[in-house]
Design a protein around this ligand. Structure first.
Ligand code: HEC
Length: 151
């Protein structure tokens, strides 16, 4: 993934790869889901940074993105992220909603030590796909999707 090789790019093909494999968890240029961090303002132009995150997602895990299970005293389960916590309540973020749970109602909290981001995603791409993805991630703004051949 040298700069010369990356120059032989197709960032547009990278957009398709991103939409298929990353956008379920990441926003880029305002599109995608916010289960993981928004990548628009991250170090996404930095090849080493992107590759190391793809190779070892568990190296850095942010508190706000740790998958947490909250069990309440009346037996309700929530799979969520804890976005805020004080001595009175937990503020939870779930895929569709946000809610508060009083700490006095909470029986147990389990926090995952592994990233939601799957390991080994890099291995499922060939070199050209990795290049396209890196080029797309590094592009200053949204790019078009590749032209579909029409007759
Ligand atoms: C199942 C959800 C999921 C998928 C799919 C996923 N990621 Fe992630 N990613 C995360 C989470 C969550 C984090 C935050 C770090 C952590 O807690 O593990 C993260 C972190 C990152 C980071 C570091 C962001 C930062 O702010 O430091 C990069 C870069 C990244 N992902 C790129 C990708 C790319 C590229 C793809 C697609 C090939 C991808 N991710 C697919 C969930 C996902």
């Amino acid at each position: 993934m040298t700069p010369n090789y990356l120059e032989t790019d197709d960032a547009r093909a990278g957009r398709v790869l991103f939409e298929e494999t990353c956008a379920t968890c990441h926003v880029l240029f305002g599109e995608g889901n916010d289960l993981g961090p928004d990548l628009t303002g991250s170090g996404r132009q930095d090849t080493d940074y992107v590759l190391s995150n793809l190779i070892g997602p568990n190296a850095t895990i942010y508190e706000a993105f740790r998958l947490t299970t909250v069990l309440t005293k009346i037996g309700k389960f929530f799979g969520c992220f804890i976005v805020h916590q004080n001595d009175k309540f937990l503020a939870l973020r779930m895929q569709e909603t946000r809610m508060r749970v009083d700490l006095s109602d909470v029986a147990e909290i389990h926090t995952s030590n592994t990233s939601m981001m799957p390991e080994g995603m890099l291995a499922s791409f060939n070199d050209e796909q990795v290049r396209d993805l890196l080029r797309y991630l590094a592009s200053p703004q949204q790019v078009d999707r590749p032209q579909v051949e029409t007759r």
